[in-house]
Design a protein around this ligand. Structure first.
Ligand code: MLT
Length: 272
């Protein structure tokens, strides 16, 4: 039997996975994967906008939100396996997958390894490249900052990179919500995920093999994965559409939800 609602949970192997599952049972399924170090609530505005027409699932990745860290080592590949196990547990055979940033890394890994499970893919504010040595070094420095000062300083510095300057100066309410999501993540899970991000493999060489429809979204002011990076993926994926969201940084779904949701709905119309 299907359970529905917000922040319900299911045991999947070593994890209690927390997730939101709304919308008609027989409708096409969209699964949302959040960025780092956030949780499924970052997709609330998309869930609300889509749930009348689609079955919408948004879950907390291992060690984030209300999902346990479990006992396995954190890696992007493990997160992709967790997703497939979760889909099996809630009996979803096929879905459209939508991931933002780290969620996009997980989505690319899942689509590459379990191609038959996905009808379409949405890559938001993400990239296919692995970390450069400089990026890895920066991540190790942020681990040192967390160990020395705790989460608050790290959270405040992250906000400046996640949001567009205009969102920051307007003081949109999503800034406080995102800070709370970061502060809610345990220090241990945060550090394990930073290592997983630093160790992730390049997926660019596999992009030309993706044959399902792909929507690539980037916030125009994204400093972490700028539109130029999205453009490169667009060139490499045959059936892809690129959409740049105005008035948005790295968290395009939160900073300009109306435009973001419009693009999702338009894309779904081309898939189903
Ligand atoms: C995210 O938003 O998930 C992160 O920026 C990903 C990353 O640090 O590579």
């Amino acid at each position: 039997m299907r359970n529905t609602g917000k922040n319900i949970s299911i045991t999947v192997n070593d994890l209690s996975v927390s997730y939101t599952d709304e919308g008609p049972v027989d409708a096409p399924v969209i699964i949302f994967i959040h960025g780092f170090p956030l949780n499924n609530s970052m997709w609330d505005m998309q869930v609300e906008a889509l749930k009348d027409q689609y079955r919408v699932v948004a879950y907390d990745v291992r060690g984030h939100g209300n999902t346990d860290p479990g006992t396995y080592d954190f890696s992007i590949e493990q997160f992709a396996v967790d997703l497939i196990n979760f889909m099996d547990a809630i009996r979803i055979e096929k879905a459209i997958l939508c991931g933002l940033s780290m969620g996009g890394y997980i989505a690319l890994n899942a689509v590459n390894a379990y191609r038959e499970r996905f009808d379409a893919l949405i890559l938001c504010d993400t990239q296919c490249m692995a970390d450069t040595p400089e990026a890895k070094e920066k991540r190790m420095k942020s681990i040192a900052v967390i160990r020395e000062n705790g989460l608050e300083l790290y959270a405040n510095e992250s906000l400046n990179n996640l949001f567009a300057p205009e969102s920051l100066s307007a003081g949109i309410e999503e800034i406080a919500a995102v800070k709370m999501m970061i502060m809610k993540t345990s220090e241990k899970s945060l550090i394990s995920t930073i290592h997983a991000l630093a160790d992730r493999k390049d997926t660019c060489s596999k992009l030309p093999d993706i044959e399902i429809p792909v929507l690539i979204i980037a916030g125009k002011e994204d400093k972490i994965t700028p539109p130029s990076v999205a453009q490169k993926m667009h060139v490499m994926i045959k059936a892809s559409v690129l959409c740049i969201i105005e008035h948005a940084g790295h968290l395009s779904n939160l900073e300009n939800p109306d435009e973001f949701n419009r693009q999702l709905t338009r894309f779904f119309g081309t898939v189903y």
